[in-house]
Write a protein that binds this ligand. Structure first.
Ligand code: ACM
Length: 685
């Protein structure tokens, strides 16, 4: 391979200084903190020490993405270490970061783009080889994650990684219709996606609550449907280019024939019932829908898709297709006649007709169709790709019917499940080899009922990294504790990249604190977590106009101390050691005091006052946990009345609306262990 060397301002220079390499080599085996975990990793003795003289050599690379990504990596190293920038002109023979790329990439990335890479780190050099530029990008992210330090210097462990993704479609879906997201939020998410090797940004650009792209052909779409909040075509091109630079495809989604209120507010003549329509401000499934019986609708869609097809270069185009309630179709005499005249017995057949017409339009514009799983129908050929969001059997059924499949059921981030829950969902679980062969991959979904630009990153990251790993790493990589250990490192890397997933909570909490002492509220917040979409919708009526600045809106989705406490209690029971008892007692006392001290602070903020009952429930639950601990310690069976009262306290804690008390399940376990009706008791040491 003919070397074409290029030098960037900072150089990696190796030095063989004595040190011990981080232990491990596999999840569960300690460091390194790679996420997603690679297909294969072989640890080698020694470390590669970083010095201020970092030299880079690029071989056989003409693709500008590689040069740019290498430059970004070196800048990240510089920011992390504080190393000063190096003047250009270092000697290529001294280079210690060598990138060897097998060829230039395609102008438009596809699901078949080779993302594999081999990374070999020795004390003298870091060698990254890949057949394609995108493979180099993936390997550079692994290098960034491998940087560690010991008592001597920054370093990378010596090792050899051979890596490639398990699935070729690893997406993040972001709904920008229900709440608007400015371009800089999108760009930060693209940086974060690249860091965890995700490769599809699914941009949900239209829905009942907004139409978010400038259309020069149909300007009422963004003017009326977008209500002033839309991406100009120039901004779209910039996002697409930014994503491409990071090895990420951009999949646009325009919902049709349902979820189209904003579209129909702009062009009511496309609707199945007379308008006028107004951009929707509530959440849910609404009646307005396009009229599949009208040729004018297909002419409009042909022209619109033609315009968008050149704006979005990706080979795939998402047309939504979900949740058409059919009410307008049922009440239209014209549509009923159309159905009867074409031998259609139901609305599923009518939607399938619409889907087939749409696929022909997309085909003319060189695009493959993707739709949510409602587009599946015996008359819709498996040339379309199906994204499954409904109950688990759907995915298996869809694949069995021959459709290529993308799994999103189990990856909805707005449901506020912990990372471990998402991590446990495997697209290939329980499938035959043939059906599994049709899996393209999966997508994490960020629906935007409860996120705006200040909050969205905290809802996506770092949990989406666990999904990214599920989609990249071998199916056997399932150790949850090790996942959390590595997620913590990813979390820090995302912060270094400027993602605001951690910084938003303290910033937004400060806005609603009444002044004075804030520590008790912060201590209380640590043991709370927000409930998911369905529970929140049941609790009260929300619309776009509802300010998302209450504690439930801004709390991190997962309570880390809650998880640690749960682990501690699980480990300690059924017979807690004195050390475990002391640790449990200390935590419960700390939280109980914090919750009680928080009450007067909460009362002084009109936003936080609603949390007072939650704080009181949490304090009562902690007190109960302490009593349970006393009973366990005394090995003393509680009176019958105690169990009943304990259950009432726990029930109150469980039922706190919208916000969950994250330590309640562990306290329940303590109470049950103390109550002989639930578990036989051992001897307390
Ligand atoms: C969906 O969640 N309706 C795709």
């Amino acid at each position: 391979m003919k070397a074409r060397s290029l030098f960037l301002a900072l150089c990696f220079m190796a030095a063989t200084l004595p040190a011990s390499a981080p232990e491990g080599g596999g999840p569960g085996g300690g460091a390194p903190s790679l996420m997603p975990w690679p297909q294969s990793l072989e640890s080698k003795p020694g470390v590669h020490r970083l010095t201020q003289n970092l030299t880079l050599s690029l071989e056989a690379c003409r693709d500008g993405r590689v040069t740019a990504a290498a430059g970004r990596l070196l800048e990240r190293v510089r920011l992390r270490t504080g190393f000063p920038p190096q003047p250009p002109g270092a000697d290529p023979r001294q280079a210690s970061l060598i990138l060897r790329c097998g060829g230039d990439g395609e102008p438009v990335q596809t699901p078949n783009t080779d993302e594999s890479y081999i990374l070999d780190i020795s004390p003298g050099a870091i060698l990254l080889e890949a057949p394609s530029p995108v493979g180099i990008l993936r390997g550079l992210e692994s290098i960034a994650q491998l940087i560690a330090l010991d008592s001597t210097s920054y370093l990378l462990p010596c090792l050899r990684i051979e890596d490639r993704p398990r699935f070729r479609w690893r997406g993040l879906h972001i709904d920008v219709a229900r709440h608007w997201e400015p371009v800089d939020v999108i760009l930060r998410n693209l940086d974060a996606m690249a860091a965890v090797k995700m490769n599809v940004f699914h941009w949900h650009l239209s829905d009942d609550q907004g139409f978010r792209v400038e259309s020069r052909r149909f300007p009422r779409l963004h003017e009326i449907g977008g209500e002033g909040k839309y991406y100009t075509q120039e901004q779209v091109r910039a996002v697409v280019a930014y994503a491409r630079d990071r090895g990420i495809r951009v999949l646009p989604e325009f919902e049709m024939p349902g979820h189209t209120t904003a579209w129909l507010a702009a062009y009511p003549e496309l609707a199945a019932a007379p308008g006028p329509y107004h951009v929707e401000s509530a959440w849910g499934v609404f009646d307005p829908s396009m009229d599949p019986s009208r040729e004018e609708v297909y002419a409009h869609l042909d022209a619109f898709i033609g315009e968008m097809a050149s704006l979005f270069p990706d080979g795939y185009f998402h047309v939504g297709g979900d949740e058409v309630n059919g009410k307008q179709w049922n009440s239209s005499a014209r549509i009923r006649e159309f159905k009867a005249g074409n031998g259609m017995k139901n609305n599923r057949q009518l939607q399938a007709y619409f889907t087939r017409r749409l696929e022909a339009i997309l085909d003319r514009h060189g695009k493959k169709m993707v739709g949510w799983d409602e587009i599946v129908h015996p008359s819709v050929p498996p040339t379309v790709t199906v994204q499954t969001w409904r109950l688990p059997p759907r995915f298996a059924e869809t694949l069995k019917l021959g459709y290529p499949g993308i799994l999103s059921r189990g990856y909805y981030l707005d449901h506020m499940h912990p990372a471990s829950w998402h991590y446990g969902i495997d697209p290939g679980a329980g499938l035959t080899t043939e059906d599994a062969g049709r899996i393209l991959g999966g997508e994490a979904c960020m629906w935007a009922e409860f996120v705006d630009e200040e909050i969205i990153e905290s809802r996506i990251w770092p949990r989406a990294a666990a999904i990214a790993e599920r989609l990249w790493s071998p199916a056997g990589v399932t150790d949850v504790e090790d996942m959390y250990r590595r997620l913590d490192s990813v979390d820090a890397e995302l912060e270094r990249l400027g993602v605001r997933h951690r910084s938003s909570f303290p910033r937004l909490l400060r806005n609603i604190l009444p002044g004075g002492e804030s520590l008790p509220v912060a201590a209380l917040a640590e043991i709370l977590s927000p409930r998911g979409l369905a529970e929140r919708q049941r609790a009260r009526r929300y619309t776009r106009e509802t300010p998302l600045r209450r504690l439930v809106d801004i709390l991190p989705p997962e309570s880390a101390v809650g998880r640690d406490f749960d682990l501690l209690v699980d480990r300690a029971l059924p017979v807690p050691s004195p050390a475990d008892r002391a640790a449990i007692r200390e935590s419960l006392e700390h939280w109980r005091r914090g919750a009680l001290k928080a009450v007067p602070v909460l009362e002084r903020s009109f936003v936080l006052a609603e949390i007072v009952p939650v704080a009181e429930s949490a304090a009562a639950a902690c007190a109960l946990g302490l009593e349970a601990l006393d009973r366990l310690e005394a090995a003393q069976a509680p009176p019958t009345a105690w169990a009943g009262e304990a259950e009432r306290v726990l029930e109150r804690a469980r039922k706190s609306p919208e916000i969950a008390i994250a330590i309640e399940p562990a306290i329940t376990k303590l109470v049950h262990a103390a109550d002989s009706r639930h578990a036989p008791r051992g001897t307390i040491p």
